[in-house]
Write a protein that binds this ligand. Structure first.
Ligand SMILES: C[S@@+](CC[C@H](N)C(=O)[O-])C[C@H]1O[C@@H](n2cnc3c(N)ncnc32)[C@H](O)[C@@H]1O
Length: 225
């Protein structure tokens, strides 16, 4: 097991993702191709939103109108999903540990005045305005984080910012055979159903639904108590 302090690990997440963003941001965000066109890249974000959000509006909106909702995205990358979210919801705020990714996202969102992106420290949401959010989302981000503590800290931070009853829908690595190393910022720590459920309870959430346990795309629906 490689030795690395929590601060070194955060630094490594930032450096590695900045490096990936410089090399080919869109490929590392969505590895389907190394040569994304603008059209296809953003269409893939729209597809994710259609598959994860538009078909789940009852849980997400809870009778609020989407245009009046403020949404938070953890790990916005190059703005692929953020852009699609900004077409649906009133206000979208995204954070990412990589300043290079955030630079790409800001360019992608130039014509979306209701979308805001911030570089954060890789573990909390102190850069985000301390206002109440109606929904939080994260996809293909925690599967890359090699620290259970960092992921749980994000869950706690999202709980701090959500209004009571609101949903945090997110994906983690569910294949517990994955061997994550503390200095590997590509293969994140896996969660079993039990680990996910216990984390929800510790962080003040009701873990109401889950889908894909045991698989890479393990989706969790945590409702703020
Ligand atoms: C595979 S990309 C996905 C981006 C976006 N969610 C999407 O689907 O288009 C993973 C993103 O997570 C970000 N990331 C990795 N570790 C992070 C951390 N500890 N805190 C915040 N963002 C992180 C990376 O910089 C990268 O932009």
């Amino acid at each position: 097991m490689s030795e690395i302090t929590p601060d070194e690990q955060l630094q490594k997440m930032r450096d590695d993702w900045d490096q990936r963003a410089r090399e080919n941001a869109r490929y590392y965000v969505a590895t389907g191709t190394t040569e994304w066109t603008d059209e296809d890249f953003f269409a893939s974000g729209e597809k994710n939103v259609a598959e994860q959000i538009l078909n789940d509006m009852e849980n997400i909106c809870q009778e609020k109108s989407p245009g009046e909702m403020r949404v938070l995205e953890i790990g916005c990358g190059a703005g692929r999903v953020t852009r699609a979210l900004a077409k649906v919801f009133g206000e979208v705020h995204g954070v990412d540990v990589s300043g290079e990714m955030v630079r790409h996202a800001a360019l992608a969102l130039q014509d979306r005045p209701n979308a805001f992106v911030y570089q954060n420290n890789g573990k909390d949401l102190t850069v985000v305005p301390a206002v109440e959010f109606d929904f939080a989302f994260s996809s293909i981000v925690f599967q890359h984080i090699p620290s259970r503590e960092v992921i749980e800290n994000y869950v706690r931070e999202v709980q701090r910012l959500l209004r009571p009853g609101a949903l945090f829908k997110f994906q983690v690595q569910g294949n517990i055979a994955v061997r994550s190393q503390p200095d590997d910022t590509w293969l994140g720590v896996p969660f079993s159903e039990r680990q996910a459920t216990e984390m929800a309870h510790r962080c003040g959430f009701d873990p109401r639904y889950r889908h894909g346990a045991g698989q890479q795309y393990f989706w969790l629906w945590f409702f703020k108590r």
